[in-house]
Design a protein around this ligand. Structure first.
Ligand SMILES: *Cc1c(COP(=O)(O)O)cnc(C)c1O
Length: 474
């Protein structure tokens, strides 16, 4: 059956449903990573077939690749910051593929355009951003940073009398971009994509962790005089879940007329709980604020969102025109004029569905459960004689290292890095190491809605077990 054939569709969808069930049923107990993951991935090989074997055969082969999957959708994945998928979001995402809408314009999908308007506005409300702010869904926080910083660049060039979106950067000086040491590499990647230079961001840190030197920021802004600057605030950095002082940065940006962009990929969710909302106070005075969907919102990859205080800037930066396309003044939202992609996946369906299903209360409970779980892990670390916590736990990340009293300081980095590799090969939990204040450290991040006390207790237990084994074999 070498050509696509409608007759196989039923069987293909039944197979997909059965395989999805099998995968999801195993999520709570199967290893996050199997021992054969790499070999199993490499078993997919060979040249383009001259003649295919049909859809069902291809799907069976694909389903056979399960050993090469990482169960990052499950409750024991604590590496990087990766969420799972709520039931409502997963169902909506399946329908997104079946409906296969082009979410570029109202005329290509009134449903997805309408749901994007609603979803962005519900998220704005959820995060406590003022009415009047607008935004757009993106593929993730990197592209959301790109959107926010593209608008910042447009504003900055305008202050120099240049329409950079039309004329380009040629006539302009380098843009001053200021941040703390917490700035995420995706923001610098966005600066590089924008032609502003990855290395141009000034990291004004006052210590080895990267905390903002607020006085230095004030000095730098004052020294620029009338020159416009772009400031990147970091709401939730990846090593310890710490925050730049956003309100103080907003004060300085207002005083010196700078654009404030806030990267809140996961940290923006602090706004949802009264226990942590103070961490993001001041975001309502920023110019652009972004977050991720596939982290704490627990919608499938790939989803993020960018919010703009003045959403009309989006149309100036991203509008495309062609005789056959609707113009930017169209009464119905034309999202290809408001973001980097033209044809787009209807990400709004899953975002709308999960917010509709669980509401403000459901998300507050998810966030607060993770706050509690993070404190639980911190407590277990503090109580253990063979562990050392390295940072405060303001949110959902616990930064610590394995440190039995009889291991000399100079051997700790190597030991922790080795355990990190062993933990990921072991597969019961998934969490690697980072470098925090110059020391190798674990930094599990809790964002998956399924994670329980039992799951997070494995963090200390498994690291200790593999730590003892590593020392015994050394
Ligand atoms: C994850 C993350 C990003 C990048 O997000 P993607 O979804 O991978 O594009 C940016 N900033 C911060 C703080 C992050 O944690």
């Amino acid at each position: 059956m070498p050509d696509p054939d409608l007759r196989e569709l039923d069987e293909i969808l039944d197979l997909a449903r059965a395989e999805a069930d099998r995968f999801l049923e195993g999520l709570p107990y199967e290893p996050v990573r199997t021992q054969r993951a790499t070999e199993a991935a490499l078993e997919f090989d060979g040249a383009l077939p001259e003649e295919g074997e049909g859809g069902l055969a291809a799907l069976r082969e694909l389903a056979g690749g399960g050993e090469a999957l990482i169960r990052s959708a499950g409750p024991r994945f604590f590496h990087w910051v990766i969420g799972g998928t709520t039931p409502a979001a997963l169902g909506a995402d399946w329908l997104t593929s079946a409906f296969d809408q082009n979410a570029g314009a109202w005329d290509s999908s009134p449903l997805s355009a309408r749901l994007e308007v609603l979803a962005v506005d519900w998220l704005r409300d959820l995060f406590g951003l003022p009415e009047g702010w607008g935004g757009v869904l993106t593929t993730g926080a990197t592209m959301a940073n790109f959107v926010g910083l593209a608008c910042a660049r447009s504003w900055w060039a305008e202050r120099h009398g240049v329409d950079v979106d039309v004329e380009g950067l040629g006539e302009l000086p380098p843009a001053p971009v200021l941040s703390s040491g917490y700035v995420h590499p995706s923001a610098t990647k966005a600066l590089s994509m924008l032609g502003m230079g990855r290395d141009r961001v000034r990291r004004l840190s006052r210590d080895a962790a990267g905390r903002l030197d607020l006085d230095a920021l004030e000095r730098e802004l004052a020294a620029l005089g009338d020159q416009p600057a772009i400031v990147i605030g970091n709401a939730g950095e990846v090593n310890a879940g710490d925050f730049d002082p956003i309100a103080a940065m907003a004060d300085l940006c207002e005083e010196h007329g700078a654009w404030l962009h806030v990267d809140g990929a996961f940290g923006l969710f602090a706004a949802i709980s009264p226990r942590t909302a103070h961490l993001v106070s001041g975001i309502e005075r920023a110019n652009s604020v972004i977050a991720d969907g596939h982290k704490w919102l627990n919608v499938p990859h790939d989803t993020g969102f960018a919010f703009l205080r003045d959403p009309s800037r989006l149309g100036r930066v991203f509008s495309v025109s062609a005789a056959y396309l609707p113009g930017p003044d169209d009464e119905r939202p034309v999202f290809f004029n408001l973001g980097p992609e033209s044809s787009r996946r209807a990400r709004s369906l899953a975002v709308w569905a999960t917010l509709r299903a669980y509401g403000r209360g459901g998300y507050r409970r998810i966030v607060e459960r993770h706050l509690d779980l993070a404190q639980r892990v911190a407590r277990r670390v503090d109580e253990a004689p063979d562990f050392e916590r390295l940072a405060e736990v303001p949110l959902n990340i616990v930064c610590f290292r394995y440190r039995p009293p009889d291991v000399p300081e100079e051997e700790l980095d190597e030991l922790n890095e080795r355990i990190g590799r062993d933990v990921m090969a072991d597969g019961r939990i998934y969490v690697g190491t980072t470098t925090y204040e110059g020391r190798a450290a674990f930094r599990p991040a809790l964002v998956n809605w399924r994670s329980s006390e039992e799951d997070v207790d494995l963090i200390v237990d498994v690291i200790r077990e593999l730590g003892e084994r590593a020392r015994a074999s050394a």
